[in-house]
Write a protein that binds this ligand. Structure first.
Ligand SMILES: Cc1cc2nc3c(=O)[nH]c(=O)nc-3n(C[C@H](O)[C@H](O)[C@H](O)COP(=O)(O)O)c2cc1C
Length: 172
């Protein structure tokens, strides 16, 4: 089964990137890292589709059985980088595809708005966003060792198991 994580931050030192890399390593998924895969701002011109990073994004997501979206919460929404990436995609990549969503928040009871925003936008490309979802605060992430805490590992495991269940169900 091919699963792809999209790390929705342009910040190389961001917590979102740590969480995304943890999931990609622990669950042997593909990773689209928007701090490495720099995308232009979507302008609707056909020639943008020839850009290597856009081509990689569109092909990788289309070929995936399931997708994990990880975004920082910025001003009560997902990051502009992730929304811009999704603007290059559509039902052609996402239709009926199980998608798990995680938000990295500031720890002041934030994160839920980014999740709701991701769920709404993912529905707009006909993705099947699974019910389980996660907000991760700074306390859940071990920035020094660039990994997540043990308690967070367990929560991510629950989320990923649910994602795999829906992905298998879709294939049947
Ligand atoms: C521009 C900006 C806006 C932010 N807005 C929110 C917010 O609305 N809610 C929240 O919980 N945290 C907010 N934060 C904190 C980030 O969500 C938090 O630091 C998160 O770890 C950022 O992910 P990153 O490290 O991958 O960039 C904001 C941070 C920045 C830089």
């Amino acid at each position: 089964m091919k699963v792809t994580v999209i790390s929705g931050t342009a910040r190389k030192q961001g917590r979102t990137r740590i969480v995304s890399s943890y999931i990609a390593d622990a669950y042997q998924t593909d990773l689209i890292d928007l701090s490495e895969n720099i995308l232009p701002i979507f302008n609707g011109e056909e020639e943008q589709l020839l850009d290597d990073n856009i081509e990689k994004l569109r092909t990788t997501i289309k070929d995936s059985d399931a997708v994990v979206l990880v975004s920082p919460e910025y001003h009560s929404g997902m990051s502009g980088a992730l929304k811009n990436a999704i603007d290059f995609l559509s039902h052609e990549q996402f239709s009926n595809k199980p998608v798990a969503i995680l938000a990295c928040a500031g720890g002041g009871k934030g994160g839920i708005n980014a999740l709701v925003n991701m769920r709404t936008v993912a529905r707009g490309v006909y993705a099947n966003v699974i019910p389980n979802q996660l907000v991760l605060d700074p306390i859940d992430i071990d920035t020094e060792n660039r990994t997540v805490t043990q308690a967070t590992e367990a929560k991510i495991k629950d989320l990923m198991e649910e994602l795999f269940m829906y992905a298998k169900f879709k294939k049947a």
